[in-house]
Design a protein around this ligand. Structure first.
Ligand code: F6P
Length: 341
């Protein structure tokens, strides 16, 4: 069998570990041939390939990013895109695709499977918001990076008697904020799933200063204040037509200073959370996903995605991963309330 492999969407520590496991088991045990598609769905769309075999995956396990490159190209948003992909796959003699990605990449994989393309999915996102899997690789690394930043901010916050705000990734789900906030001992954790009261945050900041402690606030980029306090963060579109995210942390610092008279500073962790070497947890999870994904290909069990349920790697229909996002349950979020107030 000749198998194409691609990585799509935002990159994530552990992608190379998946690619390595797929190729090592696929070529070494099953004797399959591989083609690396470059830059997500752009690869099969434009016929951009690289050779992918055991020599190419040597030494990549600890490396962040993806040797295949990534993009957010969606063939369903391009006139004739799907037809071009099908033609290129046929011309190159590709029997199956392993698509490693998040909601968008796996959404495309689902649709292609429905149209008869042999696809197997591997879930990926630092945000941990994909349904049907307990964890995605990359999340643990991102949480550890954010936790280390929070640890460092505690000491400078105390020295300067400032409120320090850490803005972490998470447009729709607050998993990184909640885990990093709990691990780093943040006082206030603000997530997209639950609007926050600016008044309450400011009252808390004042009370912390009264007891001579500098407050640390972790805020997910998608968090929003109550309707009444709602602001429009007019950041416009970037040169690629993407909505610019982030900025809520800076807005919150301004509000705290204006309302409490206390100094506040914001640190936006941004893409640092996605870069660099994966943690041991992410390397193990990514490797297990890769080893199981190639078994799914071997069984010709098309349209499936590998997922972690408890400690087991299972197969679920691709569609299950993309129908709805996995957000933080209110019961888990409320556990962190004890540190806020
Ligand atoms: O992969 C998801 C994510 O990390 C989000 O948390 C974040 O909003 C987004 O990617 C930003 O990605 P980019 O800047 O690459 O478009």
């Amino acid at each position: 069998m000749r198998i194409g492999v691609l990585t799509g969407g935002g990159d994530c520590p552990g992608l190379n570990a998946v690619i390595r496991a797929v190729v090592r088991k696929g070529a070494g045990i099953y004797g399959y041939e591989f083609v690396g598609f470059r830059d997500g769905w752009k690869g099969p769309l434009e016929g951009l390939t690289m050779s992918l075999g055991i020599p190419e995956v040597r030494g990549i396990l600890p490396r962040g990013g993806t040797i295949l490159g990534s993009s957010r190209t969606n063939p369903y948003k391009i006139e004739g895109g799907v037809g071009r992909i099908r033609q290129n796959l046929a011309d190159m003699g590709i029997d199956a695709l392993v698509a490693i990605g998040g909601e968008d990449t796996l959404g495309v994989a689902t649709q292609l499977h429905d149209q008869g393309v042999n696809v197997v999915g591997v879930p990926k996102t630092i945000d941990n918001d994909l349904n049907a899997t307990d964890y995605t690789f990359g999340f643990d690394t991102a949480v550890n990076i954010a936790m280390e930043a929070i640890d460092r901010l505690h000491t400078t916050a105390e020295s300067h008697h400032r409120a320090l705000i850490v803005e972490v990734m998470g447009r729709h789900a607050g998993w990184i904020a909640l885990h990093a906030g709990l691990a780093g001992g943040a006082n206030v954790i603000l997530i997209p799933e639950q609007r926050f009261s600016l008044e309450r945050v400011c009252a808390y900041v004042e009370s912390r200063f009264q007891s001579h402690y500098a407050p640390i606030i972790v805020i997910a980029e998608g968090a929003q204040p109550d309707e009444g306090e709602m602001v429009t963060l007019d950041k416009g579109l970037d040169a690629f037509g993407h909505v610019r995210l982030g900025g809520i942390g800076e807005w919150l610092a301004g509000q705290i200073e204006a309302r409490t008279g206390k100094e506040a500073r914001t640190t936006v962790l941004g893409h640092i959370q996605r870069g660099g070497t994966p943690t041991a947890f992410d390397r193990v999870l990514a490797t297990r996903f890769g080893l199981h994904a190639i078994d799914v290909v071997h069984d010709e069990d098309w349209g499936k995605m590998v997922a972690l349920q408890g400690t087991n790697i299972v197969r679920v229909p691709l569609a299950e991963a993309t129908t709805e996002l996995k957000t933080v349950p209110p019961s888990f979020y409320s556990e962190a309330e004890v540190f806020f107030g």
